[in-house]
Design a protein around this ligand. Structure first.
Ligand code: GDP
Ligand code: IMO
Ligand code: MG
Length: 429
């Protein structure tokens, strides 16, 4: 029986998970998404064509890997159908290679409206993607959510009618100035749209838990495409500046139906620097021209919202925490090409809190706001590394940088990103 390998973001998202999944999918039978929704944006470049995947697992781009949208995902059918159309136009056989969990929850128009309205009334904004993720998970845990199996059932009209009426009242409470709520949440319009989505999506919906387990029993290769990241985790992230799911290892299990003993390698994904979109603490953030330079060299603009990403140096204190929480077995360091353009590179190896230095991360906001990064400096100027075919071919400075990360965290760096294209990745056996 085979084991499933997992890809998890270690910081605040956008570490290049999609690219690593795309590599792993070259010999994978199944790639499954476990959590989040279309707040995710995973970019893969194949032969110069850019694919921004929000819901469909990036693994499907191999052309022979089944993509599963797992039960832990909250799914906006309109966005999913757009993705299906886009991939079909690019020649992908989505009809045969996409499966959707009957238990995945459906995002409805009022989820997105509530997301935006709640941000407006918050004293401290979270900076959500506005995709309705938080409100959709609220409905799930409050036990009134609409699952894919409900969307595709005969009771859709009845269930939707009740939901739209109650959520309309809630929205009016949070957004009393909004005169368009009745028009935007007209029941007949929503029902027509969603019954149309149901007709198109019904063929994809199935019991993905059984599908996954049978695949492992048949020794098939299964990979799990984590979305978001450890510090955006509702429990282990910088709460409340987090997303509304558990993108860490526990959420991988509950979001797919895999058990702990089904898991093989757990790959932690990082960039050779760091970035964050949205609000919240960020100890190694650079609010100066170095931060601007990282943003420009790394093209750090959100895949989903287009927002400029906040940028800073790599933070090994955070990475150690991500290793502990997720049980990481190896790392992928992306954007080594980008960081190698700097003369000198800083890496955070401790947090100085009022004179006491610690290597232990805490999500306590007061602690994070007080913590000052303690840096260790490395030589950069790696030159053009895109032609390097192996770790040994990398310049000495680049190898020293990777070697230090391995030594500090205590696990190997298995993948190294040397550019955005599919082939620009070094794999160490
Ligand atoms: P994800 O959400 O974790 O999948 O990451 P995103 O796709 O949102 O952001 C990562 C960005 O970095 C994308 O634009 C990728 O094309 C790009 N990228 C990934 N790895 C590398 C790398 O090694 N070098 C360079 N230059 N770009 C990379
Ligand atoms: P991928 O999978 C980066 C951030 C948002 C915001 C917070 C809450 O591409 O790494 P939400 O809409 O989820 O309620 O927003 O989480 N966020 C992400 N940041 N990458 C992502 O996904 C993200 N998904 C959510 O910017 O700060
Ligand atoms: Mg992303």
């Amino acid at each position: 029986m085979s084991k499933a390998d997992v890809v998890i973001g270690c910081f605040y998202g956008d570490e290049g998970k999609g690219k690593v999944i795309d590599y792993l999918a070259s010999d994978a039978d199944i790639a499954v998404r476990a959590t989040g929704g279309d707040n995710a944006g995973h970019t893969i470049r194949v032969d110069g064509v850019k694919y921004a995947m929000h819901l469909i697992p990036s693994g499907i781009l191999s052309g022979h890997t089944i993509g599963i949208v797992g039960n832990g995902v909250v799914l906006n059918p309109e966005v999913l159908l757009e993705e299906i159309d886009n991939l079909t136009e690019h020649g992908y056989d989505v009809e045969h290679y996409l499966k959707i969990s009957d238990k995945a929850h459906v995002i409805l128009p009022y989820h997105r409206m509530l997301d935006v309205a709640l941000e407006k009334v918050r004293k401290s904004r979270i900076g959500t993607t506005g995709k309705g993720i938080g409100p959709a998970y609220c409905d799930k845990f409050e036990r009134s959510g609409l699952r894919m199996e409900d969307l595709c059932s005969d009771s859709l009209k009845e269930k939707l009618e009740e939901l739209v009426a109650s959520r309309k009242a809630l929205l009016k409470f949070y957004d009393p100035e909004n005169r368009e709520i009745d028009a935007l949440l007209d029941f007949e319009t929503i029902y027509q749209a969603y019954s149309g989505y149901a007709r198109k999506l019904r063929p994809y919906v199935c019991d993905t838990v059984t599908l996954l387990h049978k695949a492992l029993e048949q020794d098939k290769k299964v990979i799990v495409e984590g979305a978001q990241a450890t510090l955006l985790d509702i429990d282990f992230g910088s709460y409340p500046y987090v997303t509304s799911s558990n993108p860490t290892i526990g959420g991988i299990l509950t979001g797919t139906g895999l058990s702990a003993s089904d898991i093989g390698n757990v790959y932690g994904i990082i960039k050779a620097y760091s970035s964050r979109v949205g609000e919240g603490p960020y100890v190694t953030e650079l609010l100066d021209e170095t931060g601007d330079r990282i943003r420009e060299l790394g093209h750090e603009y959100g895949t989903t919202t287009g927002r400029p990403r906040r940028c800073g140096w790599l933070d090994l204190v955070t990475l150690k925490y991500a290793k502990r929480v997720n049980g990481l077995t190896a790392l992928s360091v992306n954007h080594l090409d980008t960081i190698g353009k700097f003369d000198k590179i800083q890496v955070c190896v401790g947090y100085d809190c009022d004179g006491t230095v610690t290597e232990d991360f805490s999500t306590n906001l007061e602690f994070l706001n007080r913590a000052k990064p303690v840096y260790r400096e490395f030589d950069g100027n790696f030159g053009d590394i895109s032609h390097c075919g192996s770790f040994e071919e990398l310049p000495e400075n680049a190898r020293a940088y990777i070697g230090f990360i391995e030594e500090y965290i205590g696990i190997p760096v298995k993948f190294i990103g040397t550019g955005a294209e599919r082939e620009e990745m070094l794999v160490r056996e």
